[in-house]
Design a protein around this ligand. Sequence first.
Ligand SMILES: Nc1ncnc2c1ncn2[C@@H]1O[C@H](COP(=O)(O)OP(=O)(O)OP(=O)(O)O)[C@@H](O)[C@H]1O
Length: 232
Amino acid sequence: MSEIAIRAENIVKRYGQKRALDDFTIHLPQERVVGVLGSNGAGKSTFFRMIAGLIQPDHGTIDVLGRTPGWQTNRDIAYLPDRARWYEGHTVMLALDWAEHLLPGFERQRAESLISFMGLDPEMKVHGMSRGQEARLMLTICMARSVPLLLLDEPFSGIDLLSRERIIEAIIDNLSDNRQTVLISTHEIHESESLFDHVVFMDNGQVLLHGDVEMLRAEQGSMESIYRTLYR
Ligand SMILES: Nc1ncnc2c1ncn2[C@@H]1O[C@H](COP(=O)(O)OP(=O)(O)OP(=O)(O)O)[C@@H](O)[C@H]1O
């Protein structure tokens, strides 16, 4: 039995009347690639923000790598948020300089080879980038960090099919030589299905189903067909 990376017990998180997480309980294994799946508003980003220590539960407990999330745990987490902020005038290279100075575990050489794999021009200005180029840069900055936990919130949203495939290839390549736990939230189940070792299906702030992909596949079919059945 593998170790637990994230342990959430009976979490409630409210925004006004809305319960973004509602008695949410999950234990996620270490050193696996976990797909966090669910329709719009299911609570995926709320869960990720809580793991990153950006928001606190109103009720329940969460521990991440054995500790309560907060500024102390953040050096062990590379978080790809659903939106980016860049410095005015930064180029791709300057963004890497910034990351190298500020982000614990950032490996410059790995970042540079990912930049070329992702087809990004190092001199390109970050403010003029397309959504797909920006997503590739954000992902590069996350994946170049040698940290135990990677949180990728919607890394494929708004990205064309070929870029998506390239990103998935980069994630798989990057993982083979790393002992990281990776959480990926996505709606793009069809293309990303091959990535996951473990999946969590969420709805209305709760867990509908979760488990080891091989086992679920043997019992119930592809993740895509399970998704279609669950959210019909
Ligand atoms: N800061 C906020 N203020 C008010 N409501 C919020 C806030 N953040 C999330 N919510 C609400 O909580 C619920 C869960 O949102 P969340 O962003 O976690 O879902 P999600 O599964 O990531 O959705 P999506 O796939 O659309 O990104 C939604 O109903 C959303 O409107």
